[in-house]
Design a protein around this ligand. Structure first.
Ligand SMILES: CC(C)(COP(=O)(O)OP(=O)(O)OC[C@H]1O[C@@H](n2cnc3c(N)ncnc32)[C@H](O)[C@@H]1OP(=O)(O)O)[C@@H](O)C(=O)NCCC(=O)NCCS
Length: 312
């Protein structure tokens, strides 16, 4: 706990309780970040390595939060959410929470953060000088996406079967780790328990694509799509078509890698064929050079929100 100043006390929670997570979510709801509309907090609350620093006012209300994750692997400390309530900003609360987070971060871990707009410039000027990958947020009408998928998938490949990823979880974890080069079985398991997922398996039982859509709470008219990992573009289209089949929401939201060949291909498809529009650009930054050997040629969309507890 740090000394009260500016009418707020700062606490380190490791890990936060369910009640504390729900108060953390209350602060995120105030800024209406997309992350607050799905089960992100449910997943976080089930990960033993998600931590938080919170700022509490004299009435016990949370007025600032900083959520970070320190998974067993990769050896990073990932800052996922960093917010101070609007009426309390500019009083040094953010900096104090930041300092306490740093005190609980082993220096050997690489610091990573995702941000958009002017915070990226600020982070890169201060503690995160190394640019990482960027993602393009996109949205569009579900009906048009479905129509464009119908047109693009010429022939369904009958050698592939589309199934519930929870029924082949070991294979799903293997596929995820082959693509992301991360050991994160806990996260993958928790994620697919909460998400509406699909996996494509080949004749030999191996997984060749995984993906998910997310139920939403507040923005009922929007469905979040992601991740989409697939061996190739056609496989990804088949997967996406299966994921979108029973979707009731009229609009979708997706986050695609904006600097990779396959990511660009997908962004072009969504813009040209699915009448999608470009949203914000999100950028990852590191405190020192960090190479995560992701198979970018197989990543078409990231798991929403980019502030994923273990690097998307
Ligand atoms: C960013 C935020 C958490 C800072 O909290 P705060 O209590 O207002 O911050 P402080 O009073 O301690 O700091 C004052 C300044 O330092 C900046 N700052 C704070 N922490 C920082 C950090 N870790 N790195 C760089 N700059 C930082 C603040 O943006 C602010 O700059 P400004 O006056 O030019 O806006 C707060 O402004 C906020 O909630 N903003 C909206 C949400 C947001 O953009 N979060 C970051 C998303 S990646």
């Amino acid at each position: 706990m740090s000394e009260p100043r500016n009418g707020a006390t700062i606490f380190f929670l490791d890990p936060p309780t369910e009640e504390q997570w729900s108060q953390i979510q209350g602060v995120v709801d105030q800024v209406e970040w997309d992350v607050s509309h799905w089960n992100y907090f449910l997943i976080l609350s089930r990960l033993p390595y998600a931590k938080a620093v919170v700022s509490v006012d004299d009435k016990g209300k949370y007025v600032g939060i900083l959520v970070f994750a320190q998974p067993p692997s990769p050896h990073v400390s990932y800052v996922g959410l960093y917010i101070v309530s609007e009426s309390c900003r500019g009083n040094g609360i953010g900096q104090r929470m930041w300092k306490l987070m740093k005190e609980h971060t082993d220096e050997s871990r690489v610091l990573a953060i995702d941000s958009e707009g002017n915070m990226t410039d600020k982070y890169r000027a201060v503690e995160f000088p190394v640019p990482g990958p960027t993602w393009q947020e996109m949205s569009g009408p579900v009906a048009q996406l479905n129509a464009s998928l119908q047109q693009a998938i010429q022939e369904k490949d009958c050698r592939f079967k589309i199934i519930d990823p929870n029924t082949v979880m070991d294979e799903v974890i293997k596929f995820d780790s082959k693509i992301m080069h991360l050991e994160r079985p806990e996260f993958v398991q928790q994620f697919f328990r909460v998400a509406d997922g699909k996996a494509i398996i080949a004749e030999d039982g191996s997984v060749v694509a995984i993906g998910a859509t997310m139920p939403t709470f507040l923005h009922e008219k929007q469905i979040r799509i992601g991740p989409l990992y697939a061996e190739n573009f056609n496989c990804m289209l088949m997967l996406l078509s299966a994921l979108m089949h029973d979707v009731k929401q009229p609009e979708f939201l997706i986050m695609a890698p904006s600097e990779t060949e396959k990511g660009r291909m997908f962004i072009d498809f969504l813009t040209e064929k699915s009448h999608s529009s470009l949203g914000s650009l999100f950028m990852r930054s590191f405190d020192r050079p960090y190479e995560c050997p992701t198979e970018w040629s197989k990543v078409f969309a990231l798991s929403f929100h980019v502030a994923s507890p273990t690097m998307s």
